[in-house]
Design a protein around this ligand. Structure first.
Ligand code: FES
Length: 327
């Protein structure tokens, strides 16, 4: 998040949506309209409080975390996100659940859309748990545009489904709730055999769900698949050592096996924006002027990866002995 485009927003409401999901409503401090955004967008929260106007002691202590906007995308008076508590995570969600209070002020990035909604004639939304968040604005848009859509909302049990109240405005025939505990596991294969070449499948949720969908998509040429991952999961950062060359200075840095490009650059004084460290947020995207990256991120499309013009420094490595970076 660059300092130039950040917003200072107030937490107008913090509400418990389920036992492990908190909803946050963010508003501007001066009543000015918030920037426009499109369905699929996320914002990045800098999780260090400006309580009573006092800045955090050290920028090193600031946690940067991305959350999908789940509110009405036409409403410029407030933004809403929903945050799942992940006790085994790196602390961002625990901070929001336990440390954040209504009235606190947060640094928030401009909305960024890495999950754009551009469907075919029909859409099947498959939301797993907190993956419902980016789906809600997409459903709003699809419904407003008269697109034939359906939602399958999956969770371990129905009590874990947050934001169900946001679905009551729609035709219930379009919506299927499936709690494993109550309904048994959903038969994804049967669900997808109903999809034809006019159907776009949009999904967000846990790694197992998205991996399964990607596997099914690869074996057919009818429906299109569009997914967003919350975490890179088991990103493998192992691989051969290589060099990176800084184009502006000619400086050469060695990236050993087991170290990321990002960590080596930081160690050498480069200020590279980053957030997730998992190859899912796009913050550390950097231009590649020569050499062949070994892309391991979930941000770039297959076409963008084939172009080799950009790479995510936190996870991606090199297939060539050297990469020249646009730094
Ligand atoms: S820090 Fe998020 S993609 Fe690299």
């Amino acid at each position: 998040m660059s300092n130039d485009d950040r917003l200072m927003l107030r937490v107008a409401r913090k509400e418990k949506l389920t036992d492990d999901v908190i909803g946050l409503t963010l508003v501007s401090q001066d009543g000015q309209p918030l920037p426009h955004w499109t369905p699929g967008s996320h914002i990045e929260l800098a999780l260090s409080l400006y309580r009573n106007g006092a800045a955090p002691a050290s920028s090193d202590d600031v946690l940067l975390r991305q959350y999908s906007l789940c509110s009405d995308y036409r409403d410029q008076t407030q933004w809403q996100v929903a945050v799942l508590r992940e006790d085994s995570g790196r602390g961002g969600s625990r901070f929001i659940h336990k440390g954040l209070r209504e009235g606190d002020t947060l640094q928030v990035s401009q909305p960024r859309n890495l999950f754009p909604f551009a469907p075919r004639k029909k859409v099947l939304f498959i939301a797993g748990g907190i993956g419902i968040t980016p789906m809600l604005p997409m459903i709003q848009q699809a419904d407003a545009e008269g697109i034939d859509w359906r939602l399958v909302y999956l969770a371990r049990d129905r009590s874990r489904m947050s934001l169900l109240d946001r679905l009551t405005a729609y035709d219930s025939n379009r919506i299927r709730l499936n709690g494993d505990a109550e309904d048994g596991p959903l038969d994804l294969t049967a669900l997808l055999t109903e999809c034809d070449a006019d159907t776009s499948v949009y999904s967000c949720g846990p790694k197992g769900l998205l991996d399964a969908l990607e596997g099914m998509a690869a074996t057919q040429d009818q429906w299109s698949l569009h997914i967003e991952r919350f975490s890179g999961g088991d990103v493998d950062t192992r691989g051969n050592a290589f060099d990176v060359v800084i184009n502006s200075t000619g400086q050469r840095l060695h990236i050993p096996e087991g170290r990321s490009v990002l960590s080596v650059l930081r160690e050498n004084g480069f200020k590279i924006p980053s957030s997730c460290g998992d190859g899912v947020c796009g913050s550390c995207e950097t231009g590649v002027l020569a050499g062949t990256p070994d892309h391991r991120d979930a941000v770039l499309s297959p076409e963008e990866k084939a172009d080799n013009d950009y790479m995510m420094l936190c996870v991606s490595r090199a297939l060539s002995d050297e990469l020249v970076l646009d730094l």
